[in-house]
Design a protein around this ligand. Sequence first.
Ligand code: SAM
Ligand code: DTB
Ligand code: SF4
Length: 328
Amino acid sequence: MMPTLQSETRQTETQLGEQIRACYHQPFIDLVFQAQTAHRLYHPKNEVQLCTLANIKSGNCSEDCAYCPQSARYNTDIEKWDLPSLDEIRQQAQEAKANGSTRFCMGAAWRTPPHQKAFDHVLGMVKVVVEEEMEACVTLGMINAEQAVALKAAGLTAYNHNIDTAPSYYPDVISTRTIEDRFETLKCVAKAGIQVCCGGILGMGETLAHRLEFIQTLVEMEDTPESVPINCLVPVEGTPMAEQPPVDPIELVRTIATVRVFMPEAKIRLSAGRLTMSDETQALCFMAGANSIFTGEKLLTTNNPGMNRDQELLAKLGLTPQAAITSV
Ligand code: SAM
Ligand code: DTB
Ligand code: SF4
């Protein structure tokens, strides 16, 4: 009997799933070697892009993301504030650039931009970052096609919107939106010609099967992400995930390496969780294909290794910061 189109698609999906599983489980050294080999086909070796994060609206978020200290539903000890002035953003961007960052990422604790005035103010911030000759990235929650077009016109390089975990585990982490909502926004972003930055978090109680499904989902995305942030959960007191155990470093490296093999052109951003990682773990992540980090004392609300520690680490490893922006 002729296979139906649907069963063919399912077969291809299973085949890819099997390839990803086999890649992830191969001997560690083979995996890292394969990943670094793939890496060198598309990226300059020994180079890491430095990015700086700015929290442009902190806390009081209506969503219930179980990992997030900024959700209004959990009692966490964080500072809350609303949109800073354009001058303030210019100053932060200049400081970030002086410290070697080529990308300035602005994150807002929103389900979606709440009103036109706030959104217009963010457009102004994007323009400021572009004027400072840095890549501009924002993460504002859900946006529609019209908003994506406006962000593109303001000069935005990339929009960060994570799927965070496997589709089948998503409802265990977030109940106030679906992963399909995420895909809707990502579609608008890509259609407007903005780079898609999409990844997730390891260490939220997901199984290995969930993790492989998460990787496969990224690989199969219609609009392939230009960049993939891999966060390790930073457990924050007051959130439902406060007691999650740390991610096994070898599993982290296997995940990064597998993403590198199947998404050879993407920038892989080793994002949250570096503060508690050893130099050796980070070195292995770079060997496995990670080629970007967030620098500075703070991520959005949690701590991050400061510039001095990162400079020391990069020097020890002979890694150089990416010198200039690759796209504006
Ligand atoms: N509100 C917007 C949204 O959810 O898309 C943008 C900001 S949100 C804080 C951006 C990303 O930060 C989340 O998708 C998640 O991957 C990451 N994140 C938040 N809290 C985290 C934590 N405790 N540990 C690791 N990553 C975290
Ligand atoms: C991403 O994937 N990681 C960054 C960025 N995108 C916006 C944010 C990490 C936040 C970590 C928790 C915090 O500091 O609040
Ligand atoms: Fe809000 Fe984003 Fe945090 Fe979810 S991850 S609670 S949407 S700030």
